[in-house]
Ligand binder design. Structure first.
Ligand SMILES: Nc1ncnc2c1ncn2[C@@H]1O[C@H](COP(=O)(O)OP(=O)(O)OP(=O)(O)O)[C@@H](O)[C@H]1O
Length: 882
């Protein structure tokens, strides 16, 4: 239920904002909510506009057919008032005397009893309407409600509300939310003492008729369509009026909220929901059913709907046994849940056998497809209500300057900007414009950002959808959403469509067939292909798509004429990361030297994507704020990076002395390897303070390695085994703490053998890693050779490490004991205890962390203990992983 309420609130928010925008535009166009025919088929008498006198309201309000007598205000005239009349009848907003507004077609005013009926019902629910009735019901008293709402309430009261009435109810809510938003908008305008739009004026918008009059002095000028300046029409094109029901409409406003509009829709949604689910049925157990109805012969029929059985009672007989029961009302049914139809049938048969019911009198059981209908409603209902949430932005502010560190990709996409801005340059020469581009790369590398920046630079609307939004249970829904999307894009051309996660629909059709296929996804993909084919070359629509899995995309998507351009966006390089840091460092308060800071942070974060960098900078700001620092310092950044990589410090975890000693020797083993192996990554820090899942960790600074040699891999593996081997050398037994190390080593060795051609026995072969696949991509014999080679390589690394640690046993002890004392050792401590590292450091490392590194003078304002540079973690696994 709450989800329905939420959807409705979103809808009202959109409607409300939409009107606020509408009130600022001079042009008004029809806005019609597209709903099902059933939802529109409301035949309401037009009392005042047709010159028919409305019936007098009865005190009971809802006793006659609700709405027929609908308490139409006495002051109401029998025709639609013009401006002058409106002035004499009420205020300039069109409110009639007595505080009521003239009703649009199909609307009725609520009587006090009817309002009370709704309040009473709401009192049964999670809301307390008394808190809101003064405002929300106050407005509803003025504006009335769509007649369909009263009709449905009446149906519910008499128990004849059916599931097929659901769409009508939703339509009523839509209209009501829209109208409430209009009223709010008028009031706001009145407050700001600007000329207000009359109710007729606004209702003209809803019904598509021309406004009866205008109060805006500008718009009071006679409107001569012939003379209507072209600029105005053009203006309309560039700034069309908002339409909250259309996700792709320009100016669809999503910000802000007015509580009573939102609440109004939420309350009414709840009320109607309660009407449908709360009052027309109740769940009972099999035992209750048997005891109260089956044994008494009151059950007339049972209908199986999915995993639910609806019990139809003989109402007359039930009334005689339970005169007060809700089950005597028409439309009310008990129901119960079943695990399987077979089980239910067996149970029913046993019960009837027990009762001795002859086979000719057995309770008929039928099967209904109602659940499908319900599912359909649930599938389409949210679409109708949530349309406003699909993002369509017009005034994109993101520019290429906000996207750092991907110069080639920007260069590539720049052409789309020229095409959207100056199409004639291309058309003149008969050039065909690329239809779209696939932006492929790991998560968070800025694909969406780049697409947005393209729209921002071109100054065109940006339609953003995620591929997964198209994929529904029902065949055809996705395809129709694609059609809508492209139709709206055509209306708003020039524009950019961005489909994120295109792999959700664009997966190769052959691939998906292997797993049984997916009709809905294929239908959606086909529709995208068709739409892209449908563009003519002058249509200024650019389709950009983002994916992390370009390898699995259907070839048809990638061929020229569709996504012509393939733009790779990889994790940023060192220079790229520095640029991205600069973008985000500009937005925060820091007194550090930006050039040095960004360089140092970039070198600390190999493998980080733009999103990780943005997150790190924000994390640093949060850490600084937590300590009330005046500005963000290097220490805050480094703590943030450490936290992002290694997880939170686990201060509450207290190790016993033996465990602590084991952790210290384990980490010291890693640290000594890192110090004395030539190709090991430079060590930054070693710690035995538990962090994340680890009990201790050693941090290294790997560079952006694009190629790795055999020797580098062997050193890295040997270093990874350093923890376990140190345990072996210093303790009588070993612990479980090295399992993550073994995992890394095994993966590395396996890749060396099966992918990188580093085993003479297996040779220069590459075997695909088909995880989850039953069939291995090699023969049994090759499999055995691979196993033997992986083992051999790991054993070599093991021997290499053991030889070193036997030789440096004393040094391991020195580092371990110091660690037990200080808990954290940094590079300077290592130099103090072991002397300088016997190998030169990498250039970038030396620049920011070596002897010659000259960090700017430490900023003042923070009293935190120093916490040096983190990066790659070699963690000793925690107890929780044992
Ligand atoms: N190159 C960059 N320059 C500046 N900020 C970036 C960059 N790359 C990523 N970001 C930041 O990371 C956030 C997320 O990026 P974005 O959503 O564009 O990633 P994506 O590649 O589309 O991710 P996904 O594949 O998960 O959809 C951006 O909003 C931005 O804050």
């Amino acid at each position: 239920m709450s989800s329905i309420v939420r959807r409705s609130t979103s809808f009202a928010r959109v409607a409300s904002q939409s009107i606020n925008v509408a009130s600022r535009t001079s042009l008004r166009t029809p806005r019609l909510l597209r709903t099902t025919a059933a939802a529109w088929s409301i035949q309401a008498p037009r009392f005042y506009s047709a010159g028919q006198k409305p019936p007098e309201p009865t005190p009971e309000g809802g006793d006659k057919k609700a709405g027929d007598h609908a308490d139409t205000p006495k002051v109401q005239s029998t025709h639609s008032p013009g401006p002058a009349e409106a002035d004499t009848q009420g205020d300039s907003s069109g409110v009639g005397r007595g505080g009521r507004r003239p009703l649009p077609e199909g609307w009725v005013h609520l009587s006090e009893d009817q309002i009370q009926m709704i309040i009473d019902l709401l009192n049964k629910g999670p809301f307390n309407p008394s808190e809101y009735d003064l405002t929300m019901f106050g407005h509803i008293r003025q504006t009335g409600v769509p007649r369909i709402i009263l009709d449905m309430a009446e149906k519910q009261r008499t128990g004849s509300f059916g599931i097929a009435d659901f769409p009508k109810v939703m339509k009523g809510i839509n209209d009501l939310a829209w109208n409430l938003a209009q009223v709010e908008s008028e009031e706001k305008r009145k407050k700001s003492s600007r000329p207000s739009r009359s109710y007729q004026d606004l209702s003209a918008d809803r019904t598509g008729k021309k406004p009866a009059y205008r109060t805006n002095p500008e718009s009071e000028k006679p409107r001569d369509d012939k003379q209507s300046p072209k600029s105005e029409r053009k203006d309309f094109k560039s700034n069309p009026p908002p339409n909250p029901f259309n996700p792709f409409s320009p100016n669809n406003p999503l910000k802000g909220n007015d509580w009573w509009v939102t609440l109004g829709a939420a309350l009414l949604t709840w009320y109607l929901y309660a009407s449908i689910y709360g009052e027309s049925g109740r769940e009972i157990t099999w035992q209750e059913l048997k005891r109260n109805f089956l044994d008494k012969g009151l059950v007339e029929k049972m209908v199986v709907v999915g995993h639910r059985v609806i019990v139809e009672l003989d109402r007359e007989a039930t009334r005689s046994v339970y005169p007060e029961s809700a089950a005597t009302r028409p439309g009310f049914n008990y129901y119960f849940s079943i695990a399987s139809v077979d089980g239910f049938e067996r149970r029913l048969e046993d019960a009837q056998n027990e009762l001795g019911i002859p086979s000719s009198d057995r309770i008929p059981v039928s099967f209904s497809g109602e659940s499908n209908f319900m599912n359909l409603l649930l599938a389409f209902g949210p679409t109708v209500l949530l349309v406003g949430l699909l993002v369509h932005e017009t005034a994109i502010k993101v520019k290429f300057s906000d996207v750092a560190g991907m110069d080639e990709a920007k260069q590539e996409i720049m052409e789309f900007v020229s095409f959207l801005k100056k199409p004639e340059r291309f058309q003149r020469l008969g050039a065909k414009i690329p239809r779209g581009a696939i932006l492929a790369g790991p998560p968070g590398t800025g694909k969406t950002l780049l697409a947005k920046a393209t729209a921002g630079e071109s100054g065109v609307p940006f339609f953003s959808v995620s591929g997964s939004e198209f994929v529904e249970m029902f065949v055809g829904v996705g395809a129709s959403r694609v059609r809508d999307l492209f139709a709206n894009a055509r209306k708003n051309a020039p524009c950019i469509i961005f489909i994120d996660e295109i792999d959700a629909i664009g997966r190769s059709r052959g691939e998906s067939q292997r797993f049984g296929g997916n009709d809905e996804r294929e239908a959606t993909l086909n529709q995208i292909l068709t739409e892209m084919d449908g563009f003519n070359t002058t249509e200024q629509i650019v389709v950009l798509a983002g994916t992390n899995r370009v390898d699995i995309l259907d070839k048809a998507l990638m061929r020229p004429g569709r996504f012509d351009r393939h733009i790779n966006i990889d994790a940023p390089t060192m220079a790229g990361r520095q640029d991205i840091f600069k973008v985000y460092l500009k937005k925060i308060v820091t007194n550090e030297d930006i050039e040095y800071l960004s360089g140092r942070l970039a070198s600390l974060t190999p493998g980080f994507a733009g999103a990780d960098i943005a997150n790190c900078v924000n994390e640093a700001a949060l850490i600084a704020a937590r300590t009330n620092a005046a500005s963000i310092t290097l220490k805050h950044f480094e703590q943030a990076i450490e936290r992002v990589i290694g997880g939170l410090e686990n201060k509450s975890l207290v190790l016993d002395p033996v465990e602590k000693k084991t952790v210290a020797y384990h980490e010291a083993g890693h640290a000594i390897c890192g110090w004395y192996f030539r190709y090991a990554d430079p060590l930054l820090k070693v710690s035995i303070i538990p962090r994340g899942k680890g009990l201790g960790y050693a941090q290294y600074l790997p560079g952006d390695a694009y190629l790795m040699t055999y020797d580098q891999l062997m050193d890295r593996m040997a270093m990874t085994l350093g923890g376990r081997i140190s345990e072996e050398l210093h303790f009588p037994t070993v612990t479980t703490g090295a399992s993550d190390d073994f995992d890394k080593v095994t993966k590395m060795a396996t890749s060396m053998v099966t992918k990188w051609g580093m085993s003479d026995k297996v040779g220069p072969l590459h075997f695909r890693n088909d995880e989850g696949s039953v069939h291995k991509p090699f023969s049994e014999t090759t499999g055995q050779t691979i196993d033997a080679e992986v083992k051999r390589i790991v054993e070599n690394a093991y021997k290499q490490c053991k030889d070193l640690l036997i030789e440096k046993k004393k040094e391991v002890g020195i580092i371990a004991e110091e660690l037990l004392k200080k808990e954290v050792l940094v590079r300077d401590d290592m130099v103090r205890l072991l002397g300088p590292r016997p190998f030169d450091d990498r250039k970038d490392f030396a620049k920011y962390f070596g002897e010659e590194a000259k960090p700017p003078p430490p900023p003042t304002g923070s009293s935190e203990p120093s916490s040096p540079n983190p990066t790659t973690f070699q963690q000793l696994e925690g107890k929780d992983t044992r």
